[in-house]
Structures are given as structure tokens and as C-alpha cells.
Design a protein around this ligand. Structure first.
Ligand code: AKB
Length: 316
């Protein structure tokens, strides 16, 4: 029986991933941890404990005490926030990863998921249908930490047999827990503002195309990769996954089909330069071949669900 530790369970991905994993493995076998308290449903449905991944001894103690076999480490400072505190963000992102890799090496928690990002790419990378293997010269702290992390994950796999698995997430879109400090966050904020205020001021320009993915697809793909036969995985760094690519203008037009009075204005800030350095679309053929990545939600379906669910949540 698997005993699973989720680090960062109060965040945008963690709060949904914990619930999905509890459905598969049983509530008591999925341990949610974070440095802040989780959404009610996560706390209510199974074990939750405050745990700081930067404290290696505590992490190792937890993993050994609860006989953990799999770890999902989702703790990170995202791209926008990382640019405000470069050295701190580097320390946090790298230490969080290195501590989980070391804990995996020194214990039975050998299977490790760690998210990489489209941020591993940079201005010299081909922007359209970005291939799995290509130029990677990111110019953000977050992107540099993700490239380094991919290299360390592969190193621990080859050298110590840690079962490291990873995907390069596009921007993730969800309604349960909002993201914090990312460049793709506009694509979540826009839905909340459309419903609450009827308008949105985008911090990216109207024609900035970026790859995005609805959270249900992100969770399903993450779990699929973790459950897949390890011998079929040709990569132990991180897989490209494509999701759907659209611009703020295209998303606003889709929202207008549901809220005709919705209006959008554009006031690009420092995150525009980050977005401009990232791919507009991704080639995921290696992930398709190795473990069958899938995207069920297109722009239309995702917009409809986001608006319905946020209205329910805000009771409007
Ligand atoms: C961010 O915008 O920083 C993240 C990401 C693409 O990794 N959502």
C-alpha cells in the first residue's frame, strides 16, 4: 500500500491533488503538509500537518515515521514573485527540491514528483511548438531554478535510483485555490474579476500567447505519469506537456460569450518581459508516446466550467 506525502498541499495544485490522491489511495494514506493551513476540504478529509520542507531533519523524520513511499513536492516561489526576491527564491526553490531528493535517497520514499515549468525555456528557445529537447537559456530566477532542478532530478535518478518524475506545467487554471505570484495568473484572476466587477485589467498585453492547462487535466496527467510503468519513461528530467495556447484577448472574447458586458483593458507590467521570453505553444509528442498525456479541456469548455464554479463559490 502506498503512503503518500504531499508538500505544499495548501497551494493551487496541492489542494486539488490531495483530494484526487485520497480518492485513489484512501484518505488516511495521503498526508497533506504545508507551512500554512489548507482549504477546509483538505484538512477535513484526511491527515494534515504543518511541515517546512526547508527543515531537512523534520522532513526526513516525517518520511521515516509515516513510512512514506511517494512524495509530491509542490513548494515553490513562482516566476513573478521570484523576480522580487531573487536570492531568497533561488534558496527556497532549490533547497525544497534538494531536501526531498536527499530524503528520497536516504529512505523508502523513492518515488518523487516535482513540477517543472514552461519557464525552463527562454528568449533563445523556438517559441512555437517548442520541442522537448531544445535551447534552454531562461532569464528568470524561477526558470533557472527549474532547469537546475530538472538536472538534479535526473542526476538522483541515474546515480541513486530515485524514481524522479516531472512535467513542465503550462500556466494552471483553477477555481478552488488561486495561484500566487505567477506570470500566468492573469488567466485565473480574469474569471474572478469578470464575475465580481464585470471588467479586468490585464498585466499582459492582448496578444501574449501562452500555454495553459485546466487544473483537472493537470491533476489527471500528473497522476497518470506517477502511475505509469517506470521502464516506459525515456526521460527522467521533465516532460513537455502542451495544454491549450491562447492570448488574453482570446480568453476575454470567450468570457464575453457568457458575460456580454465584460470588458478588458491592458496595462502590461514587469511580467510582460517574462511572458515574452516563454513559449507560445509546446510540442508534447514525447510525453504522448511515453505515457499518453491528454488534454480534455479546450478554451470553450474550460471557460464555461470556470465561470459556473466561481459563481457557485461566490454565491452570485
Ligand atoms: C508561473 O507563471 O510562474 C507559473 C508557471 C508557468 O510555472 N504558473
Amino acid at each position: 500500500m502506498e503512503k503518500i506525502l504531499v508538500i505544499g498541499s495548501s497551494g493551487q495544485i496541492g489542494s486539488e491533488l490531495v483530494l484526487a490522491l485520497r480518492k485513489i489511495h484512501g484518505d488516511e494514506n495521503v498526508f497533506a503538509t504545508d507551512i500554512k493551513y489548507p482549504p477546509e476540504e483538505v484538512g477535513r478529509s484526511g491527515p494534515f500537518q504543518i511541515l517546512d520542507v526547508l527543515d531537512f531533519q523534520n522532513l526526513l523524520h516525517f518520511v521515516v515515521r509515516y513510512k512514506i513511499t511517494q512524495v509530491y513536492n509542490l513548494a515553490a516561489v513562482l516566476s513573478g514573485n521570484a523576480e522580487k526576491i531573487p536570492l531568497q527564491a533561488w534558496d527556497i526553490n532549490m533547497k525544497a527540491l534538494m531536501n526531498t531528493l536527499e530524503a528520497a535517497r536516504q529512505s523508502d520514499a523513492k518515488k518523487l514528483f516535482w513540477p517543472s515549468s514552461i519557464a525552463v525555456f527562454g528568449p533563445t528557445t523556438p517559441r512555437h511548438e517548442t520541442p522537448q529537447l531544445t535551447v534552454m537559456e531562461p532569464n528568470t530566477v524561477y526558470g533557472i531554478s527549474k532547469v537546475a532542478g530538472e538536472r538534479w532530478g535526473e542526476y538522483y535518478n541515474k546515480r541513486y535510483g530515485v524514481d524522479f518524475r516531472s512535467v513542465r506545467y503550462p500556466g494552471l487554471i483553477s477555481y478552488k485555490t488561486e495561484p500566487g505570484g505567477g506570470t500566468t495568473d492573469y488567466a485565473v484572476e480574469i474569471f474572478f474579476d469578470a464575475i465580481k466587477k464585470g471588467s479586468y485589467e490585464s498585466f499582459l498585453s492582448e496578444d501574449t500567447a501562452l500555454p495553459m492547462m485546466f487544473m483537472d487535466d493537470a491533476i489527471a496527467n500528473t497522476i497518470e505519469l506517477m502511475q505509469h510503468d517506470g521502464n516506459k519513461l525515456s526521460l527522467r528530467s521533465s516532460y513537455n506537456i502542451a495544454g491549450i495556447s491562447f492570448t488574453p484577448k482570446q480568453l476575454a472574447e470567450e468570457i464575453k460569450k457568457h458575460i456580454p458586458e465584460f470588458s478588458i483593458s491592458y496595462n502590461p507590467d514587469f511580467r510582460q518581459a517574462i511572458a515574452d521570453s516563454w513559449p507560445a505553444s509546446i510540442d508534447e509528442s514525447v510525453a504522448q508516446k511515453d505515457w499518453g498525456v491528454k488534454t480534455e479541456f479546450n478554451l470553450q469548455k474550460m471557460t464555461k466550467v470556470m465561470l459556473e464554479k466561481i459563481k457557485e463559490q461566490l454565491k452570485v
